[in-house]
Design a protein around this ligand. Sequence first.
Ligand SMILES: C[S@@+](CC[C@H](N)C(=O)[O-])C[C@H]1O[C@@H](n2cnc3c(N)ncnc32)[C@H](O)[C@@H]1O
Length: 274
Amino acid sequence: MELSTTTLKLFADSSSELEASRWADQLGLGLHLVSDRRRELLAAMAGDAWALWFDQDGLGLQVNEKPLPAPVRADFVAGAIRWRTQPGRGAAGEMVARACGVRRGATPRVLDATAGLGRDAWILASLGSSVQLCERSPIIAALLASGLARARVVIDVADTANRMELMAADAHAVLAELSATPAAKRPEVVYLDPMFPHREKSALVKLDMRVFRQVVGEDNDADGLLALARQVATKRVVVKRPRLAPDLAGVEPHERLLGQSSRFDLYTPAQQSV
Ligand SMILES: C[S@@+](CC[C@H](N)C(=O)[O-])C[C@H]1O[C@@H](n2cnc3c(N)ncnc32)[C@H](O)[C@@H]1O
């Protein structure tokens, strides 16, 4: 069964009670305080497979496993994505940046319509692009909002975080609304990275990917995003797929960038494609 905010409990470090209670109100959850995460959390979670966890590092999704793993967070302050996007680390060479045409000095406005934990969007924003992020899962959107709020108060990464604007909404609706606005107000690039059905056994899959599968499922309606995205983007639509997956909506892109396990398909905007 997919997770929803109504089936989750929110636990928090007792020293973070004030902030945690704001999340509890926002998500409509009861708050359970814990004074020692490592010692008390597993017992407090009892039979629940997942829970939300809040402490001074923000909101995370906690799996119930021994030994207790770190919560999965959108972590732009201490996570790997911060180091990958440090100046001089070659973020412009990341495939998502090349596919979207983003590098220092070329910073198109991007709409990341399937934001997830915001890692791809962060790479684009770190290079100077303004990125609007659309995420429809209230749980993932909350993790992302928490990660961005934390990054906005850390000097080294605040500029990047301030270029990112989160919309907790379904991209079908956001794109439909944008398609009726003048071109100057629309994003130049729309980026799509929907979930794709995978076949590996779940024990072998990385924890953050298991979170996505458990929380958001398979995004079976993703085909419908392509035509809408092509009506909105003024320069290009970029779709990330597993390397061997069929084309989104069965539509062949005009260009492909191939990576080891994934590929990026590039589409022209609708008005230029005929
Ligand atoms: C594979 S994850 C994206 C990972 C992301 N690129 C990253 O770097 O962290 C796909 C995400 O898209 C979201 N999503 C799928 N369809 C959506 C839609 N129509 N509107 C908004 N979000 C959507 C899912 O909830 C999920 O969180």
